[in-house]
Ligand binder design. Sequence first.
Ligand SMILES: [Zn+2]
Length: 78
Amino acid sequence: MNVPTFEEIREALRVPRIYELDVPVINRQEARQKGFVRYFTGTRCKNGHISERNTLSGACIACDRVRYELRRVSDETE
Ligand SMILES: [Zn+2]
């Protein structure tokens, strides 16, 4: 079984380092109060994405996408 690394997946997807986002910079608490599904802090996640985050989990949207692709690819190769 040859499962690509997280880095290889990210490279393959060409996840942009900087998104052109049309969302206001607000914190998670404010997003929750306003009922937003996503929010944007303008700071990088631990993997270097400047991306929106999921209000419920606080997870980086770009990381979620990479994780999803990683799982999908590894399922196909098993
Ligand atoms: Zn991320």
